[in-house]
Design a protein around this ligand. Structure first.
Ligand SMILES: NC(=O)c1ccc[n+]([C@@H]2O[C@H](COP(=O)([O-])OP(=O)(O)OC[C@H]3O[C@@H](n4cnc5c(N)ncnc54)[C@H](OP(=O)(O)O)[C@@H]3O)[C@@H](O)[C@H]2O)c1
Length: 437
């Protein structure tokens, strides 16, 4: 029989995360034993290739390609998913859960696609799912919402969820360089060794928002239904314009909770320079939450990397260890309830906007554009025109700031402006985070 304070766990996968976690576990396990009295025992490591070379620090006797070695070991209580992808991982995870083994998951893709099914399986088997490592950073946001802010009604969450994108945007802003130049920088190339370097469509951030919405708000949706835009379309000129108007670009994941309806979206956002999120530089994550009891509440920390993810996995091992030891009968997993909650389509959201119109250099263009917006009942807060050299010719730009409008009215106005024979390039729209939002 295991000692009462033993936590016997298995590692599914020994790739970049699995090896990195293994190294951190070796470094930290004695300190954790000292602090908590829990002995973290790694019992098996599931991999795909039996004959791959593994680093010297790995105990090769733990490695198996046969999941039955895990399922037949009655002492195993927790599994860490560091495999990734949807299949065959989902099939492996199902067998793990059905064998009443608790799950700590770093597999964002799987959770963001199948959270509801996994939560149902977990509830049937009365086991816990700890999804926080899948956010890929070290900031404990899900546990903050579920536990520390338990008594609060969370009205909204604004998150810098991609450390890599934030590092790229910080470099573009501070060094006034283009995205292409930023991607060549040393810090970003270093991150690129282990990450797909740029979240072109915001899909990675959308997966994180899907996991967060499900785990922290009980709102389950496939990440593919979340409106997401990445940072690939932001030019150095856009960064300069944002700066001129008092903003910096941040890729924000936004959750707004209206009870039965939710806004979930990911897009580059103009954040006022004085806003706390504007001060989050480099590869950091931050979450600003608005609650009924606390007003604004912010958490901040390292957003990228194996150490950051391992910090959360180690915490979750002890967390589940505590539950198993002290309250083995209470097992509930937050079950995302899609049937009673709705995702608000992006066209229906209301926001502040900055819109950039490249157009002919001619008097009266601001008036023409403003008239179109007026016809759609949109008040323009301010409008500015400038002329810039562009290759061999000069091109005019009209910049428009809108304090508050419905997105579908803004999009219809833009379509109507396109029909005027004054536009000479791609019209760009960016949403603005209002200070009082
Ligand atoms: N890398 C990071 O910085 C990071 C950070 C946070 C979260 N994550 C997440 O962690 C997960 C793993 O990422 P990674 O970068 O470590 O991936 P990886 O380097 O590709 O490693 C995947 C591991 O899973 C094993 N595996 C694959 N298919 C398997 C199967 N059918 N049965 C058993 N084992 C199988 C592989 O075995 P072999 O070694 O035998 O091929 C390998 O050890 C992903 O969900 C990722 O999003 C990664």
């Amino acid at each position: 029989m295991p000692r009462k304070k033993d936590i016997n766990f298995v590692l599914l996968g020994l790739g970049k995360l699995g090896q990195g976690f293994y190294r951190e576990w070796l470094k930290k396990k004695d300190e954790i034993l000292e602090k908590t009295g829990f002995r973290l025992n790694l019992r098996h490591i599931l991999v795909r290739h039996a004959n791959f070379h593994r680093p010297d620090f790995v105990d090769k006797s733990l490695i198996t390609t046969n999941i039955d070695d895990i399922l037949n070991d009655q002492n195993v209580t927790i599994a860490i998913d560091a495999i990734g992808g949807i299949e065959p991982t989902f099939s492996i995870i199902k067998r793990i859960i059905q064998n009443k083994i608790h799950l700590i998951s770093a597999n964002r893709m799987l959770l963001a696609s199948k959270m509801k099914e996994i939560a149902e399986l977990a509830n049937e088997s009365r086991i816990y799912i700890q999804p926080e490592p899948s956010l890929g950073g070290g900031v404990p946001i899900i546990s903050t919402i579920q536990r520390d802010l338990l008594a609060n009604n969370i009205k909204s969450l604004y998150g810098i969820v991609s450390g890599t994108s934030n590092l790229i945007l910080t470099k573009m802003t501070e060094e006034r360089i283009s995205l292409t130049e930023a991607l060549k920088s040393k810090e970003i190339l270093k991150l690129g060794e282990s990450l797909s370097i740029i979240d072109y469509e915001g899909a990675d951030a959308a997966q994180k928002i899907a996991v967060l919405a499900a785990a922290a708000f009980g709102f389950g949706t496939n990440f593919l239904h979340i409106h997401s835009e990445g940072i690939s379309d932001i030019s150095d000129f856009d960064i300069k314009c944002a700066d001129d108007f008092g903003y910096v670009f941040k890729l924000l994941g936004i959750i707004k909770n209206y009870g039965q309806k939710f806004e979930l979206r990911v897009h580059p956002t103009l954040v006022p320079k004085s806003h706390p999120l504007a001060l989050v530089r480099g590869e950091f994550n931050a979450f600003l939450i608005e609650t009924d009891m606390l007003g604004q509440y912010m958490v901040f920390g390292k957003g990228v990397g194996i150490e950051a993810t391992s910090s959360i996995i180690l915490r979750d091992l002890v967390y589940i260890g505590n539950i198993i030891r002290f309250s083995p009968s209470r097992m509930d997993v937050y079950l995302p309830d899609r049937n009673h909650k709705e995702l608000i389509p992006i066209e229906e959201i209301e926001s502040a906007y900055y819109i950039q119109f490249p157009c002919i250099d001619q008097p009266g263009v601001i008036g023409l554009i403003a008239t179109v917006f007026g016809k759609h009942n949109i008040n323009i807060a301010s409008a500015h025109a400038e002329v810039r050299p562009d290759d061999s010719k000069t091109i005019g730009y009209v910049h428009i700031l809108i304090d508050y409008a419905k997105e579908k009215d803004v999009l219809s106005s833009i379509e109507a402006v396109k029909k005027l024979d004054i536009i000479r390039g791609k019209i760009k729209l960016f949403r603005i985070l209002k200070e009082d939002e």
